[in-house]
Ligand binder design. Structure first.
Ligand code: FNR
Length: 370
């Protein structure tokens, strides 16, 4: 049996293999955050294709937490009801449905990537006529000099912060109603929680800025709220950026990530999904195969109480299998290769000569094995 196709047990959840579809925004809602046929087919076909976990895209916990007006959301019961058939379908295919709970912070209210990814202010509309909105920032003055205009930003006050924590808690409750088995808190890629973590984007002088303890407070409070309502038998993941990839300035780095991992384990987080960057345009990201794996490895070596997910530049079955076999990660998340090939999981099982290669859906099985 290939290591990639061994079970992963987290709390009472049995994940059938170590391969997950990494969260990927589709920008394919109307303006109500409700899933469309696109989401059903996109997520459903990757479940058919043998992924152990199918994670939704960044799903906004409140409307101003969307990257674009076309992002998926989970801020009402209607959203939970609309997502339920998708989780049921993923489960019917033998996969585990996960949801990435997100707040875009000051990277919100943009046009879609194919429309230029530029800020849309509250009195403007995007090319589809969707209205912009005010976005939330820990420190508007520390907003990094991205190309294009500044978005309309509001500095998060105590009420906003409590509102964000409540929104995460309510989103987790609704995710459970919708049938998700894993809740992942998105604290990476320069979005709200990462903006609080990094001294580059957080120059607050209250309880949420300054020291490591203060900058990590919001993430810890959000995780505590999610863990409070998420059942004991189901796992919580957190995605972080292991580093900002910035040199010669105070920033978020791997040492702080390892320290945070320990704190998150204490709060009942089961897996840390280690990505990187996304905070500042000066970042120097190495890229290439396995480019973020050393960050995941550092967390895995630095914390005993937490499983670790590696992501980034994984395209080959043998490469993914080696990450698990060599103890570099407990879970491998794959993004773009799952876009190129929704059946990457079944293809990987075939190339690795694992029995999971027999698990083509019954509708296809006899035909593909002829
Ligand atoms: C992403 N990525 C991403 N990450 C995340 O945490 N939440 C998200 O919603 C998105 N959205 C998204 C959309 C698209 C189209 C891509 C290609 C990527 C990042 C993604 O999950 C993954 O970490 C990276 O793509 C690196 O992995 P790969 O693609 O090299 O396997």
């Amino acid at each position: 049996m290939a290591d990639l196709f061994s079970d992963l047990s987290l709390r009472d959840l049995e994940i059938p293999n170590r391969l997950a579809v990494s969260p990927m925004c589709q920008y394919s809602c109307d303006t109500d955050g409700l899933p469309t046929e696109w989401h059903r087919v996109h997520l459903g076909s990757r479940a058919v294709g043998g992924a152990g976990i199918v994670m939704t895209e960044a799903t906004a916990v409140e409307p101003r937490g969307r990257i674009t007006p076309h992002d998926l959301g989970i801020w009402s019961d209607e959203h939970a009801e609309a997502l339920q058939p998708i989780t049921e379908f993923i489960r019917d295919q033998g996969g585990v449905p996960g949801i990435q709970l997100a707040h875009a912070g000051h990277k919100g209210s943009k046009t879609r990537p194919w429309d230029g990814n530029v800020p849309v202010s509250p009195d403007e509309t995007d090319p589809d006529g969707a209205e912009g909105y005010e976005v939330l920032s820990p420190s508007p003055d520390a907003y990094p000099p991205f190309a294009g205009d500044r978005p309309a930003m509001r500095k998060a006050d105590q009420d906003d912060i409590e509102g964000v924590i409540d929104a995460y808690r309510a989103a987790a409750e609704r995710s459970l109603e919708a049938g998700f088995e894993i809740a992942e808190v998105h604290a990476a890629h320069g979005y709200l929680l990462h903006e609080f973590l990094s001294p580059v984007t957080n120059d607050r002088d209250d309880d949420y800025g300054g020291s490591f303890e203060n900058r990590t407070r919001l993430v810890r409070e959000v995780v505590r709220a999610v863990r409070d309502v998420w059942p004991d038998e189901k796992p919580v993941f957190v995605r972080i950026s292991g580093t900002d990839w910035l040199e010669n300035r105070e920033s978020w780095d791997i040492d702080q990530s390892v320290r945070l991992a320990g704190d998150l384990a204490d709060l009942g987080v089961d897996l840390l999904d280690v990505s990187s960057g996304g905070l500042h345009p000066d970042q120097r990201v190495p890229g290439g195969p396995n480019f973020q794996v050393p960050l995941a490895e550092a967390v895995r070596e630095g914390t005993d109480d937490l499983a670790v997910g590696a992501v980034g530049g994984v395209t080959e079955p043998e490469q993914a299998d080696a990450l698990v076999r060599n103890g570099r990660a407990d879970l491998v998340l794959v993004g773009r290769e799952f876009l190129r090939d929704p059946y990457f999981g079944l293809r990987a099982a075939g190339e690795l000569e694992d029995d999971a290669a027999q698990e083509w859906p019954v509708q296809y099985r006899r035909a593909v094995q002829r």
